[in-house]
Design a binder for this molecule. Sequence first.
Ligand SMILES: [Zn+2]
Length: 304
Amino acid sequence: MTAPVFKRVLIIADIEGSSDCWSHRASSFMTRDWVPACIGMSRDVDAVARALFSAGAKEVTVKDFHRTGFNLIPGLIDPRAGIVPGYCRGPVPGIGNPNKAEALFLIGMHAASGSHGFLSHTFTSRIQRLTVNGHLMPEVAFFSGSVAGYGIRPVFFSGCPVACGQAHHLIPGIRTFSIDKSGPPERFEAEPWRNRLGVAAAAALTNHCTRPYLPKGPFRAVVLMRDGAETARRLAARWGFERSGARIIFNADDFAQLYMAMIRLCYLSPASERVLPLGLFLYHLMGRIGLAWVRRRALQQGLL
Ligand SMILES: [Zn+2]
């Protein structure tokens, strides 16, 4: 008897571990190299979405989780997939309502700040190293933990080999598919890799080995800031956190508190949090402008 397939899937898509992002520049907003990176990321998402539908998925929702959350070009992606660009306030930070999804697929991901993967970072490259209760904490932990309350299981992960190793370590049973960026980009064959990514993702649709991932508190987070002590002092003072040199230290009773503290530290100030709906509106506007620019450039260059 074959295992039942997950019918409702949530995909979180990032760009660093996608097939045409080969440098920090390519992951950066409105740079020349960002244009092909957005196209590659869109084609990867399309390959995964199409493979999931072929394997029996009924609903596939895609959350773009890179920078402004506007990197995916809808015209390149299977129209049956629901693309949700930009970030929502809640109920799940960034995601909004996970819409009865059963399984979480994370693609195009990267390793944690403080590890040696391709473009490793956790939330922002301004963090040199983040440890929680003494261990590096990659984004797969935060994103999976954020939807655990909805019973959603993380079942598939794609990123560089280091990122895949971290996902495995945290979530035993998760299926991974890696992208090797140790060679030159011109030797990398995106199309066959993408097809294999789709096959691996489809196979994970019957992966019932994992459980919703919710690490138990209390937590003690140590955040080493790349820019040094002055930046750490400013940020720690802003949120009332402890500090030692370039390290910001705080405690959280549970996972939701830990995640929210990291979001505040990385993206907000008390003033901007008070006007968050307006901030998100403007951030979305910026994202839309960037994506329109990508399309125009891509069309001019004959890439679309
Ligand atoms: Zn990213």
